[in-house]
Design a protein around this ligand. Structure first.
Ligand SMILES: Nc1ncnc2c1ncn2[C@@H]1O[C@H](COP(=O)(O)OP(=O)(O)OP(=O)(O)O)[C@@H](O)[C@H]1O
Ligand SMILES: [Mg+2]
Length: 372
């Protein structure tokens, strides 16, 4: 028997959960100053005051969600007077959704989605906080998704002005924004009430990526599955987008490739093969979050090398039955998510005709849209 070969019931994974992207790691290195600032901002709440508002910003895969999860776990261990509520705005993109999450956390039941007026839910929440002298910290993760739905102003206003309608209600807002290179500012009206402490999450450098991945490898794989050369290759690939998710996904897929060939060690070919999929983990994540009409529009764009907006609208309307306003909003959102480019041609009515192109390979998009 060749002992270099893996038996069919054997595996390279000591703990496969460590390579899942929603896993909260025990070891959270290179984010000490960010964690300290987070703690500093919530400290007033621990003494019964209003916490400082926070805005965490950084490119994808730089530990923002993980940091807030860790902070919230700590708070819950220490006190029941401060209630942290985590809201994923991608899954909850409206004010009603956000307040339903808060309601669920406070009362342990979801308010009925029809029938209950927002005002009723809102009053119930603020009254409960005042009566129990509890302080709420609401994390709005991926707040970008509230901008797309134009719900951000309403959500922030309602949260930040709660104490005006109900003086006993104290709420802090911690928003998390994935910085995809766009030049974004909150509306000046919001800025005057929000004024958050900004916490920057920069991209990890190669040494930091190596250290973090090494820790995962030691805990998640059996010994010697990943040689130093292989680790270097994975680090090299991960620094290209600078998104740690790529590295974690790459380790998982490389190991699965090696297992498929019954080998006990990951080879360079396993990593190269895995990279074609792993480099686009973020794309897959974004596509999964799209609404039906957004997927339809993206699918239509991916059928053409380029298409003008008038023609695209005709196709879109035929397939979805939706009108021009929704078409325009959907186009804007796909552009904000950096899935498509839109360029004015100077032609058409008042030069408003636009040429739409895809920012990814058409096959990459089509394959993913089929599978989600
Ligand atoms: N310092 C770190 N130590 C260990 N693991 C980390 C660290 N930073 C990030 N990770 C891991 O990398 C992955 C991505 O991190 P996270 O989800 O926190 O990124 P993010 O900044 O919220 O990204 P996005 O803007 O795309 O939401 C997670 O699986 C997380 O476990
Ligand atoms: Mg995140």
């Amino acid at each position: 028997m060749n002992k270099d070969l893996l038996m069919w019931e054997e595996t390279l994974f000591r703990d496969p959960n460590l390579f899942e992207l929603d896993h909260i790691p025990e070891y959270f290195g290179h984010r000490k100053s960010q964690m300290e600032t987070l703690m500093y901002c919530v400290r007033p709440a621990m003494r019964g005051g209003r916490p400082l508002n926070i805005l965490c910003i950084g490119p994808p895969g730089t530990g923002k969600t993980t940091a807030v999860n860790k902070l919230f776990t700590e708070i819950e261990k220490i006190t029941s007077k401060v209630i942290p509520v985590y809201v994923n705005c991608q899954a909850n993109p409206t004010r009603f959704n956000v307040f339903s999450r808060i309601y669920k956390k406070l009362f342990d039941i979801t308010p009925p989605s029809s029938g209950a007026s927002f005002k009723k839910i809102y009053d119930h929440i603020t009254q409960e906080l005042a009566d129990n002298e509890q302080i709420l910290i609401v994390a709005l993760d991926d707040i970008n998704y509230l901008f797309h739905e134009k719900e951000d102003e309403k959500v922030l206003y309602s949260l930040l002005r709660a104490h005006e309608t109900n003086p006993g209600a104290r709420i802090g807002v911690l928003s998390i924004r994935s910085d995809t290179g766009d030049d974004f500012h909150f509306d000046p009206k919001i800025e005057s009430v929000y004024l958050p402490e900004e916490i920057i999450f920069p991209r990890y450098n190669a040494d930091e990526i190596r250290d973090i991945l090494k820790n995962r490898i030691n805990l998640g794989f059996y010994p010697d599955v990943v040689s130093p050369d292989i680790l270097n290759k994975v680090v090299e690939y991960t620094t290209i987008p600078g998104d740690l998710r790529v590295g974690i996904d790459l380790l998982k897929r490389s190991a699965l490739n090696a297992e498929r060939k019954s080998r006990r060690k990951i080879s360079i070919e396993d990593v190269d093969g895995a990279y074609t999929t792993s480099r686009l983990v973020h794309l897959t994540y974004i596509l999964k979050s799209l609404r039906v009409e957004e997927k339809i529009l993206l699918g239509l764009v991916s059928n053409h090398t380029e298409i003008n907006s008038g023609e695209l609208y005709k196709f879109f309307h035929r397939k979805s039955g939706l009108g021009y306003t929704r078409f325009y909003e959907t186009l804007e959102k796909l552009s904000a998510l950096k899935l498509i480019d839109t360029k004015f041609t100077g032609k058409g009515i008042r030069g408003r005709s636009r040429i739409i192109t895809l920012r990814y390979g058409a096959n990459e998009i089509k394959k993913r849209l089929r599978n989600i």
